[in-house]
Ligand binder design. Structure first.
Ligand SMILES: Cc1ncc(COP(=O)(O)O)c(C=O)c1O
Length: 380
């Protein structure tokens, strides 16, 4: 029997000026990409995250694909990454002929285990991808040092990490390149959407060309060449002004959105602590226990069967809770295109036991209480 109104796992939302800005875009001279709202979003990202250059993309997937081109990945080149991630982290490099090398994650942050990265490096390694799971920072100082020592690029998959930080620096703005997502499941949304942060100045000029379908259109508009032409590979990576207009309204409210999510997250932590202390499940153990942006709240159940039973129990109470990544290393495509560095026992265990609870912008504290009560009624 349900305890109240249905609680979805997540829900898209608007914060205020989205439709007004879309109307402004429509009444302007063009709704294709690279217009006023695109520039406003890029400037917001540059000044708020502290990166020298941001390019909006139509998804984080697109940003990762641009990163793979900028990293000059070719057939047989290896890219080190966790297996506990979304398919786009690996796909972007496989599309260029690259080989994902999957390394295990840490049991506390669920991020790539930096202590295992160096042993996975070979003469073919070209890049390391740091995926900041649930907005928790990877061990960036250690990863930066490894990347530097071996002369490989450090790419951040910061799809879930908008406005989260590591030692005062914004995630996505630390490695050579950073990729963000504004998919409707993320903290800041535009339906589909993303951005590439180009933190390494040496990659900035080429990034413009790749973004503009392989042409020097940007240089042409800056008056540096007298006609624009095809100069490199590239594709259609930029979003339309309609998407950028929606996104800008969200970015203006980004700090407020994240603050609310963090408060919901903290409430979950407090209400679930007694059950966790009596051994029913593990609570997140990452840095400081409340990640900077409250993107995902998860439990780690005692086993796969217990997790399935809890999901079923919550479903009967009209509460939607879901598991997360199925490891990439032993998926059909992972076996075909990549290789695992070792057995990845933590990845396997986390994937079988992790349960994400509802967390979305319009969620109320009462709804958090309702979810926690539902969980309590399963165990007690
Ligand atoms: C870690 C990670 N990387 C990449 C992506 C892909 O993002 P997008 O849907 O914006 O392409 C996601 C999406 O959930 C993700 O979680």
């Amino acid at each position: 029997m349900s305890l109240g109104k249905k609680i979805p796992f997540g829900k898209p939302f608007i914060v205020g000026k989205e439709l007004f800005y879309i109307a402004q875009a429509v009444m302007g001279s063009s709704i294709a990409g690279d217009g006023m709202f695109t520039r406003k979003c890029q400037q917001w990202l540059e000044s708020s995250l502290g990166t020298p250059k941001a390019l909006l993309t139509h998804s984080c997937t697109a940003a990762l694909e641009m990163a793979a081109i900028l990293a000059d990945i070719g057939p047989g080149d290896e890219v080190i990454m966790p297996s506990f991630t979304f398919v786009s982290t690996a796909n972007a490099f496989v599309l260029r002929g690259g080989v994902p090398v999957f390394v295990d994650i840490r049991p506390d942050t669920l991020n790539i285990d930096e202590r295992q990265v160096e042993a996975a490096i070979t003469l073919r390694t070209r890049a390391i991808v740091a995926v900041h799971y649930a907005g928790q920072p990877c061990a960036m100082e250690a990863l930066k040092a490894i990347a530097k020592r071996h002369g490989v690029l450090l790419i951040e998959d910061a799809a879930q990490a908008i406005l989260a930080q590591s030692e005062g620096q914004s995630l996505g703005a630390i490695g050579d390149l950073g990729c963000l997502s504004f998919h409707e499941t993320k903290n800041i949304i535009s339906g589909e959407g993303g951005a590439l942060l180009i933190n390494n100045p040496a990659l900035q000029e080429r990034a413009d060309v790749i973004w503009q379908k392989g042409t020097n259109r940007k240089a042409f508009f800056r008056g540096e060449v007298d006609k624009y032409t095809w100069v490199d590979i590239g594709s259609s990576f930029l979003p339309s002004e309609l998407t950028a207009a929606f996104l800008y309204a969200q970015l203006e409210q980004a700090k407020r959105i994240n603050a609310h999510r963090k408060a919901l997250y903290a409430k979950y932590m407090t209400l679930l602590e007694p059950l966790s202390e009596s051994g029913c499940f593990l609570l997140p153990q990452g840095c400081g226990h409340v990640p900077e942006n409250g993107h995902i709240f998860y439990l780690r159940c005692r086993g796969n069967d217990e997790r399935a039973a809890l999901i079923g129990h919550l479903k009967r109470l009209d509460i939607s809770a879901v598991f997360h990544y199925v490891p990439l290393h032993d998926s059909p495509a992972g076996l075909r295109f990549g290789r695992a560095h070792g057995d990845l026992p933590v990845t396997r265990a986390v994937s079988e036991t992790l349960l994400r609870l509802p967390l979305y912008s319009e969620m109320t504290m009462d709804q958090v209480r309702q979810v926690c009560q539902g969980i309590k009624s399963f165990y007690c």
